[in-house]
Design a protein around this ligand. Sequence first.
Ligand code: ASP
Length: 319
Amino acid sequence: MSNLLSIADLSRKEIERFLDRAESFAEVSGREIKKVPTLRGRRVLNLFYEASTRTRSSFELAAKTLSAEVINFAASGSSVEKGESLKDTVQTMSAYDPAAIVIRHPHAGAAALVAGWTSAAVINAGDGKREHPTQALLDVYTLRRRLGALDGAKIWIVGDVMHSRVARSNIIAFQAMGAEVTVCGPPTLIPRGVEALGCSVAYSLDGVSDADVIYSLRMQNERMTESYIPSLREYARCFQIDGRRLTPRQILMHPGPVNRGVELSAEVIDSPQAVITEQVKAGVVVRMAVLYELLAGSGPSAITPDPSQPSVASERQPA
Ligand code: ASP
């Protein structure tokens, strides 16, 4: 595999390979000195055309933990503001010979376009409302750690499914791992024909007590061109996950950023059922795994074991 553009490109076995690799990196993350020489001398370019807190910082940490050199590029403050196109920007930054380009862009399909302009491995860090494959991998990783396996788990994805790339990638990934997915929200925020992805649809939270996992989504206001709900207060009344709706046996997930008091009440964010911080932690090891699987072995500085530490080198499979 040379790029990670869509979760739909991965079989269950390939997803599991990323997760197993991430498990092996969890040990590195637990060390006091969080560094292995795996990608020493390789360059990773983070190209972000949209806001990001977790994805950008965890890709940066993942690359640095693997000893890569990281170039962080944010569109705001760059020559993009002077009219430079995506293609010209990619070609310019490619002069630095990055081994990987991590791209987030507001347009669906942007990562695939970039893959056509560079010989670097391209990782989709979110393209408009289409896909966010590394989010899906870290969510499956978090759930697998909690549940052992996702087979038969009932997962409800609640909120603005229409504008959410996380929803799309997660519907595909959760089902590939054997879970049953229901998407839930007001009809205006559920894309028509979403059942074609294999999930069920609910327009109210009436059946949510059946869910083993509730995956809550933010209103993606930045992608809305009109008003989809009567008011936030009305939306929260019908779809907010709060202490009355979340039962003690359920797991609560959210990709962040949370709009407190809208899709989640403050009490559930801080409840023991919430694994939101675990998801953020998983982001680092899963993105290390993605960089490793795409890059290690494909260049001059393949993994060199740290003799003082148990190393992942011995587990290396062909990348
Ligand atoms: N951080 C996620 C994304 O970039 C979810 C969100 O923004 O609501 O898609």
